[in-house]
Write a protein that binds this ligand. Structure first.
Ligand SMILES: NCC(=O)CCC(=O)O
Ligand SMILES: [Mg+2]
Length: 328
C-alpha cells in the first residue's frame, strides 16, 4: 500500500511550514562555540589566510564575548598568539599564571561571566619548534614529560577562571592527569572537553598562521595526531578519554570526518563536539569569493550537517555570522 501514488515523498516538502514541521534536526546559536585568537598589544590583527578573522587584544576579546552573549552563543574558545620572545623549547610560558591566556580569561570572567570560556591545552603556541609537547634530540614528542606540563597549563587556566579545559595535544593519559589535578585543586566543576579524535590533517594551515606556529613547525604531527585512514582507533581514543574523566569529546577536523562523529555518537551516548577547522573555514570563504557557492547557505548547510551527524555543538569561526543568520 505504501507506494506511489499514495506515497509521495515530496508531499511534506511542498511548503515552508511543512518543511519546518518535518525537520529532524535543528540548529540554533546555542549549538555554537566561537574560537578566537588573542594577541598582545592594542590593535586588531587581520589574519590573511582566514579572511574575516582577526587576532584581538584582550579588550577586543571581551567585546567579542559581549557580542557572543548578545547573539546567544554560549561559549567561546581561546587561542593565544604568544610573542616569539616568550616561546621556548619547553613551552614554559604555557604554565605562567600571568600569561596572555590567563590574563584574557580573568578579563572575560570579570566582564562577561555569563559566557563560557573554553581554553586550549597544548604547547604549540608556546614552543619554539611548534610542536604540542616537549621533543627529544630526534624531534620525537615525549608523552609523559609533556603531560606533566599540560597539567600545570590546565591548572593555571582553571585558576584564572576557565570553564572548560580542552586538551588538544593527543598525549596518552593527559585527560586523567588533568582531571585528578582539577579535583585536588578545588575545581570539581571545571569541565574537560577532550580533543579525543584529532587527526593529523592538512586543514590546520590558517590556524598555524593565527597562533604564529606555521613557520616554526619542524616536521609534522603524525606521531601523536591520528591517521586519517582510521575509524576504529577513534573509538578507542574516545573510550579512553571518557574513562579518564572527559565530560565531552571532540572530533577534529569536522566535515571530512562526519563518519567519525556518527560512529562515536552511536557507540557512546555522550556529548560530542566537532571542530570545523581553519582550513574548512578558508575553503568556504574561497568558494564564496570565487562565486562557486553562496556563503550564507554554505555556512548553514555545513553546520546543520554536524548536528545531523550527532554533534551537540560545533566550534566554528563562522559562529557569529551563523548566529546572525539564524536569528533573522
Ligand atoms: N588546537 C586547536 C587547533 O589546532 C585548531 C585547528 C584549526 O582551526 O585549524
Ligand atoms: Mg588519546
Amino acid at each position: 500500500m505504501s507506494r506511489y501514488p499514495a506515497l509521495r515523498m515530496r508531499r511534506t516538502r511542498a511548503a515552508p511550514w511543512s518543511r519546518s514541521l518535518h525537520a529532524e534536526t535543528v540548529l540554533t546559536p546555542a549549538d555554537l562555540i566561537w574560537p578566537m585568537f588573542v594577541t598582545e598589544g592594542d590593535d586588531e590583527e587581520p589574519i590573511a589566510s582566514l579572511p574575516g578573522v582577526s587576532r584581538w587584544p584582550i579588550a577586543g576579546i571581551v567585546d567579542r564575548a559581549r557580542e557572543a552573549r548578545n547573539l546567544g552563543i554560549p561559549c567561546i574558545a581561546l587561542f593565544p598568539n604568544t610573542p616569539n620572545a616568550l616561546r621556548s623549547a619547553d613551552g614554559a610560558e604555557a604554565a605562567n599564571p600571568d600569561n596572555l591566556m590567563c590574563r584574557t580569561i580573568r578579563a572575560l570572567k570579570d566582564a562577561v561571566p555569563e559566557v563560557g570560556v573554553l581554553t586550549d591545552v597544548a604547547l604549540d603556541p608556546y614552543t619554539s619548534h611548534g610542536h604540542d609537547g616537549l621533543i627529544d634530540e630526534a624531534g620525537y614528542v615525549l608523552n609523559d614529560a609533556t603531560s606533566e606540563i599540560l597539567v600545570r597549563q590546565a591548572m593555571v587556566q582553571a585558576n584564572a577562571g576557565a570553564d572548560i579545559i580542552a586538551p588538544s595535544d593527543m598525549m596518552d593519559g593527559r585527560v586523567g592527569a588533568i582531571r585528578d589535578a582539577l579535583e585536588q585543586g578545588g575545581h570539581a566543576n571545571v569541565q574537560i572537553m577532550a580533543y579525543a579524535a584529532k587527526y593529523a590533517s592538512a586543514f590546520y594551515g590558517p590556524f598555524r598562521d593565527a597562533v604564529g606556529s606555521r613557520g616554526l613547525l619542524a616536521g609534522d604531527k603524525k606521531t601523536y595526531q591520528m591517521d586519517p585512514a582510521n575509524r576504529e582507533e577513534a573509538l578507542r581514543e574516545v573510550e579512553l578519554d571518557l574513562a579518564e574523566g572527559a565530560d565531552s569529546v571532540m572530533v577534529k577536523p569536522g566535515l571530512p570526518y562526519l563518519d567519525i562523529i556518527r560512529s562515536v555518537k552511536d557507540a557512546f551516548q555522550v556529548p560530542v563536539f566537532a571542530y570545523q577547522v581553519s582550513g574548512e573555514y578558508a575553503m568556504i570563504e574561497a568558494a564564496a569569493a570565487a562565486g562557486a557557492g553562496d556563503r550564507d547557505a554554505l555556512v548553514l548547510e555545513t553546520l546543520m550537517a554536524f548536528r545531523r551527524a550527532g554533534c551537540s555543538g560545533v566550534l566554528t569561526y563562522h559562529a557569529a555570522h551563523a548566529a546572525r543568520l539564524l536569528s533573522r
